[in-house]
Design a protein around this ligand. Sequence first.
Ligand SMILES: NC(=O)C1=CN([C@@H]2O[C@H](COP(=O)(O)OP(=O)(O)OC[C@H]3O[C@@H](n4cnc5c(N)ncnc54)[C@H](OP(=O)(O)O)[C@@H]3O)[C@@H](O)[C@H]2O)C=CC1
Ligand SMILES: CC(C)(CO)C(=O)C(=O)O
Length: 303
Amino acid sequence: MNIGVIGGGSIGLLLAAYLRKSQFNVNVYTRSKRQAAHLNEDGITLYKNNQTEVFTVHAKVMDELCDLSDDIVFVTVKQFHIKAICEQMECKSSIPRTMVFMQNGMGHLSLIKKLPIETLFIGIVEHGAMRLSDTEVRHTGAGTIKIGAVQGTGVWSHLWKSLNSEEFPVVVLNDWLAIMERKLVVNSCINPLTTIFRVPNGRLVSNLYFLNLMRSVYEETVKSLNLAGQEGLWAEVLLVCEKTGKNRSSMLRDIESGNQTEIEAILGYTLRKGKEQGFEMPITKFLFESIKGLEQEEREKIE
Ligand SMILES: NC(=O)C1=CN([C@@H]2O[C@H](COP(=O)(O)OP(=O)(O)OC[C@H]3O[C@@H](n4cnc5c(N)ncnc54)[C@H](OP(=O)(O)O)[C@@H]3O)[C@@H](O)[C@H]2O)C=CC1
Ligand SMILES: CC(C)(CO)C(=O)C(=O)O
């Protein structure tokens, strides 16, 4: 079976490595020629705790492909890249029948549902991963990948079963929208606060002042999504903080490396939901403006 992974970032390299570990043939589609060349030459080096493993992969430049003929393709770009990916797909002579989109945040669903593919999955990533170079990735926090079928179902249970392992758990859940919303709550609570205070995820639990702030963000978020009173949701946020305790959130790393963040897809979305229902979300608004402000600071430093 041929499996494609679009995006050679932190999650793309992590996923490609574990797919290879499960003996699948993996093609990684990168944005740059340089990264594709490095991956073909050196493979992917995966660091986890004190272990180092190297996996060979085939890599190609996404823009240079005429067709994408893998059996299944995982899309691991950032949420704000999805529009460009959908446009690139329109130019290919053939596209896969099954795709899995693994983005944080909401808002891209309407775009991906328009793609002419039979089976569409979303994947919720609860792992922490950090790309160290074009070919090296560190598995910084072990979590779970949750898969949900948005349209079609296909016959993929063998893939999820083969990929699933103790160190890389994969579960299939029926209620994918609920899973996405729960992940949105997790990211709304963790990502902006860790970015403003420049702390790893675990500090939001071990520092009581940060914990109080996170609880306030949580209250506003669950109200905007009509999830107030959902059993186990606050415990889930705390568990992710603990499990990825040493991890710097993807938003913090984006700000530190001068990249755009996914704030629009995370707090931008919950703010819109709150507005639709006519209530104020002062803390969320403060966090949203703070992250937009930090993005601008970083941009102006570079210019
Ligand atoms: N990293 C983490 O720990 C976690 C991440 N997530 C989520 O997973 C998703 C991916 O995150 P992450 O891997 O960290 O992001 P990265 O920024 O590390 O990776 C995104 C990759 O997509 C590539 N890319 C962008 N556009 C294209 C394109 N048109 N064709 C091919 N490649 C493209 C980028 O290329 P280039 O390198 O050339 O810019 C980059 O390598 C996000 O939604 C994130 O929120 C969720 C949980 C944890
Ligand atoms: C799970 C978590 C919070 C891990 O850091 C994440 O999704 C992110 O960083 O974007």
